[in-house]
Write a new protein. Sequence first.
Length: 156
Amino acid sequence: MASAGARQQLTEEKDERTAFEQRLHERWGQALDALALFRAWCLEAGIAFHERYEATDDWVHAALVRLHARICLIAAEVLTLLRGGFASGADARWRSAHEIDVVALFISERGQDTAERYLLHDAIESSRAVIDFQRHAVRLGYEPLADVPRDVQNAV
């Protein structure tokens, strides 16, 4: 249990954080709300595009939908960081969104073959992550995954 001094310190830090966030909202609230609205519109537009043009054999579509979802997630992270006053962290995440945008433009310009390679590479990276997890799960205190394909199990 925390001492009275520790509880007092936590209360003071919480009060300071609340006051800071209030000042930040007073100054930047409208801009942050506009960014949140823009993100919501982009998310809705992406969902509508996917539903309207869903194609099973279109690698470009599949890659762009995945990249769009990642950018929307990053935009939510940026908003959270900005609302908390962490501008440097928000800037770093924004650069990540820009990098994803560059990849999306490259894929859309290069077509199906490039999109297929991009998605297959992503599958390889996911497989490597599963292999790593399986290799270290027990040592980390986790149960190994049960439904892992035989070729992945053999790689462990």
